[in-house]
Design a protein around this ligand. Structure first.
Ligand code: AMP
Length: 286
């Protein structure tokens, strides 16, 4: 049994609900998602619930962040299960706008976060972060949250949103949340549902490659190339794995590192069969 939760579809209704909370001085915690919710999403919702008077979760599979040959039309959807999970987790409003309301005909305004969107997923998914920044700014304007919660699993997305908030003087605090993993280490993702049972076993190679990078860091290895070789060797052991990128970057600028000093981000995108998975690990001295 969950609490009483409203499901709002209309942008005007969502704005009205937020206005009523804001005028009473209530903090609104916001968790944007594309649905097919798992424990990773729920960890963000629980944090939002613990830290705010009101909690809004959105489910919107945002067409502008998918490339032409990507999985927009097949992206997994289960609104009934999602709404039960949100209600159970204490969400006050589940906002599920229609694409035709978010992007009515004549829509022409987009947000470009230039540098941070360039490398990693930005290079392999042109236009992706433009779509992400645009929809997140629209959702921020509709919901007007005090705090918004984002997973470190999508590390580059988090950096893009932080840059947008800073550059456009938005009044929202961005709260990073740790990556939630399956018991074998695979990062939870709605896209894991695409994996066959054989692929699911092989998919653990992303996490294991990151652990190899972490072991090198703990040994004091400074040559970035050594990290990349070790991660590639682990990934290429799996017959269905095809790396998209294997990178060691600066955790703020996301620029490639040659030499590792006190901090680095190991970041991966790997296709397991047809499914593109991402993962990352922050390497820093304890
Ligand atoms: P998505 O529905 O995949 O767009 O994700 C919505 C939010 O949940 C984003 O902020 C993600 O970073 C976050 N998220 C997704 N998977 C995980 C995970 N395994 N652990 C923590 N956060 C996650």
């Amino acid at each position: 049994m969950g609490n009483y939760m409203e499901i709002l579809i209309s942008i005007a209704d969502m704005k009205k609900w937020s206005f009523n909370h804001i005028k009473r001085g209530n903090s609104i915690g916001f968790v944007p998602t594309m649905g097919f919710l798992h424990e990773g999403h729920l960890s963000l919702i629980h944090k939002a619930r613990a830290e705010n008077v009101a909690v809004v979760t959105s489910i919107f599979v945002n067409p502008t962040q998918f490339g032409r040959n990507e999985d927009f039309s097949t992206y997994p959807r289960d609104p009934d299960a999602d709404s039960a999970k949100c209600s159970q987790a204490g969400v006050d409003v589940l906002f599920m706008p229609d694409a035709s309301d978010m992007y009515p005909s004549g829509y022409q305004t987009y947000v470009e976060v230039e540098k941070t969107s360039g490398p990693l997923c930005g290079a392999s998914r042109p236009g992706h972060f433009r779509g992400v920044a645009t929809v997140v700014l629209k959702l921020f304007n509709i919901i007007r949250p005090s705090v918004a919660y984002f997973g470190m699993k999508d590390y580059q997305q988090l950096q893009v949103i932080k840059a947008m908030v800073r550059d456009l003087d938005l009044d929202v605090k961005i709260e990073p949340c740790p990556t939630i993993r399956e018991s074998d280490g695979l990062a939870m993702s709605s896209r894991n549902s695409y994996l066959s049972s054989e692929e699911r076993i092989q998919a653990v190679c992303l996490y294991q490659a990151l652990l190899e990078a972490q072991a090198l860091f703990q040994k004091g290895e400074q040559r970035a190339q050594k990290y990349i070789e070790a991660m590639a060797a682990r990934i290429l052991k799996e017959p269905s794995a095809q790396p998209d990128y294997i990178s060691l970057v600066h955790p703020q600028t996301l620029e490639d590192l040659k030499i590792v000093n006190d901090r680095a981000l190991a970041a991966l995108a790997v296709r397991i069969g047809k499914t593109r998975l991402i993962d990352n690990m922050l390497l820093e001295a304890q």
